[in-house]
Design a protein around this ligand. Structure first.
Ligand SMILES: Cc1cc2nc3c(=O)[nH]c(=O)nc-3n(C[C@H](O)[C@H](O)[C@H](O)COP(=O)(O)OP(=O)(O)OC[C@H]3O[C@@H](n4cnc5c(N)ncnc54)[C@H](O)[C@@H]3O)c2cc1C
Ligand code: FES
Length: 476
């Protein structure tokens, strides 16, 4: 099944990118999603010579498949951060997201990107969710947000109340990508699509090596690819790939009044979007899981369909899709040096499905590091800090789970006998995704299409031990 997001069929027109790789760049940004594009634009505006390398097309990663709510409320995330971090760190995180949201709002107004202001709600399905609602409200108000708890939630099914934050933004992420790319090119950024980076070597100048054998020399590299493809810094051990599902439905009028995200099971995300013919769309998301670790992806999609049919009868499905983002073990995003003490190679990621603001905040923080600026809140995004290293203990637990997956994959008899299909990143045994017709790695989230070509994740080359017969058998 081909899963296509509601934004991908809207046909944003954009000038084709240059395919010529220059020999040298002052700063090379890797990854043409929201984070990479914003970083490239900010640096180019300040006078840096920037080349942006994108493996596929701009926006074809998570950004083009996002639900694209720009909310500082963020479901249960603020309570989750507060349970692991100090009040000051949470305040910095909230300040970062507020600044990023304001930045996108200003950019959208200046560049004619349509957006809507809506209240966001983090709602409870049950009593434990209600206790979480109260904790979220406490954490949010301590961090300076004007949230309030509401008991009557305007949803067509019972709830146990919600935290509400007014005046948040929602938009079409690919419309934003097009405007960012136009602005970046206008400021001199050279965008090269179809350029998958394999590795970064050397020191001053660095060599950026592409999977197709090309290379360029550069003073700095910013890796904005979700999970970095670099083997330094141990970021594979610090992040978990989380996949989830989205559906769009045509509805006679706006089906919900605002944005909604449940804080307890079942996980559901709701928002509206304008249709292309003056009609209304309802976007329903949820049913997430660690990439490559579910018995049937298709069943996750079907269950979301059944839930929508029950609660929004008559909603007419137009799109179904899936995407992944990366969770960190200390609950905070990253924007900073890949290794301590060196700022020549910087990474950004770990946005936990809140990168529409965190990705922009990471770009602002990285631009500050490159240009010598300073944001008080940027400490919440540090890649190397004592609290981050403490979080690595939690990472060790997740990597214990990675080890179990690695062993299970190699020992499962039927697959082993026929020859396992092995991930080219670090040797995980990939599994067939029955919703998207892809091979997904349960270790760090690399995904490959049915021919074995890389779709996303840290892998930089196609499936090495692919045997056509085995893959055909799996798909049958
Ligand atoms: C289902 C879902 C719903 C979401 N909804 C929301 C939401 O409502 N609000 C919110 O704030 N956030 C949301 N998010 C999260 C948000 O969309 C992401 O955090 C954000 O889009 C990440 O942007 P990015 O630029 O960092 O990554 P991406 O958009 O994934 O961009 C990375 C780019 O790097 C490229 N790339 C990868 N490897 C290489 C390589 N080796 N060489 C060159 N290029 C490479 C990829 O092709 C890709 O284009 C959601 C995420 C998911 C999964
Ligand atoms: S993604 Fe790391 S081993 Fe597959």
């Amino acid at each position: 099944m081909v899963l296509t997001s509601v934004w991908e069929t809207r046909g944003q027109s954009r000038a084709p990118s240059d395919q010529t790789l220059p020999g040298r760049a002052e700063v090379t940004v890797v990854g043409g999603g929201l984070t990479g594009l914003t970083t490239a634009l900010l640096l180019a505006r300040a006078g840096c010579g920037v080349v942006l390398l994108e493996a596929r097309q701009l926006g074809s990663g998570t950004t083009g498949r996002s639900t694209a709510k720009l909310s500082v409320l963020q479901g249960s995330r603020l309570a989750g951060i507060r349970s692991r971090q100090s009040a000051g760190v949470l305040r910095s995180y909230v300040d970062a997201n507020r600044e990023a949201q304001a930045w996108v709002g200003r950019f959208a107004e200046e560049h004619g990107v349509a957006f809507e202001r809506r209240p966001d709600h983090a709602y409870a399905n049950g009593e434990s969710g209600r206790r979480l609602v109260d904790r979220i409200h406490g954490a949010a108000t301590d961090a300076g947000l004007r949230t309030r708890v509401v008991d009557d939630v305007a949803l067509p099914f019972p709830t146990y109340g919600a935290v509400r934050l007014d005046d948040q933004l929602q938009l079409d992420p690919l419309e934003l990508v097009t405007a960012l790319s136009d602005a970046a090119v206008a400021h001199g950024v050279q965008v090269v699509e179809g350029a998958r980076v394999h590795s970064v070597k050397g020191r001053g100048p660095l060599r950026v090596l592409l999977a197709d054998g090309r290379e360029l020399a550069t003073d700095r590299v910013v890796v904005a690819t979700g999970m970095p493809m670099l083997d330094r810094g141990g970021f594979f051990a610090r992040m978990t790939p989380a996949r989830s599902y989205g559906l769009a439905f045509r509805t006679p009028g706006p089906a919900v009044d605002g944005m909604y995200l449940s804080v307890d099971p079942p996980s559901r995300s709701l928002r509206t979007a304008p249709g292309t013919d003056g009609d209304h769309l309802l976007l329903v998301g949820g049913n997430g899981h660690t990439t490559g670790r579910t018995s049937s992806e298709l069943e996750r999609v079907e269950e979301l369909r059944r839930w929508t049919a029950e609660h929004f009868p008559g909603a007419d499905e137009t799109h179904a899709w899936s995407a992944q983002d990366y969770l960190t073990h200390h609950s905070l995003p990253y924007a900073g040096p890949v290794l301590p003490g060196s700022d020549h190679v910087l990474v950004a990621g770990g946005f936990a499905k809140w990168g529409m603001t965190n990705g922009v905040a990471a770009a602002l923080a990285i631009a500050g590091q490159v240009l010598g600026g300073h944001q008080e809140w940027a400490s919440a995004f540090r890649t190397w800090s004592p609290r981050e290293v403490r979080g690595l203990a939690r990472g060790a637990v997740a990597n214990g789970e990675v080890g179990v997956q690695l062993t299970l994959g190699w020992l499962t008899p039927p697959r082993r006998e026929r020859g396992s299909v092995v991930c080219t990143h670090l040797g995980g045994v990939v599994r067939w995704n029955d919703a998207e017709g892809s091979w997904d790695c349960p270790l760090h989230g690399s995904r490959f299409d049915s021919d074995g070509d890389v779709l996303e994740g840290p892998a930089t080359c196609g499936l090495r031990t692919k045997t056509t017969k085995t893959m055909d058998e799996e798909q049958a």
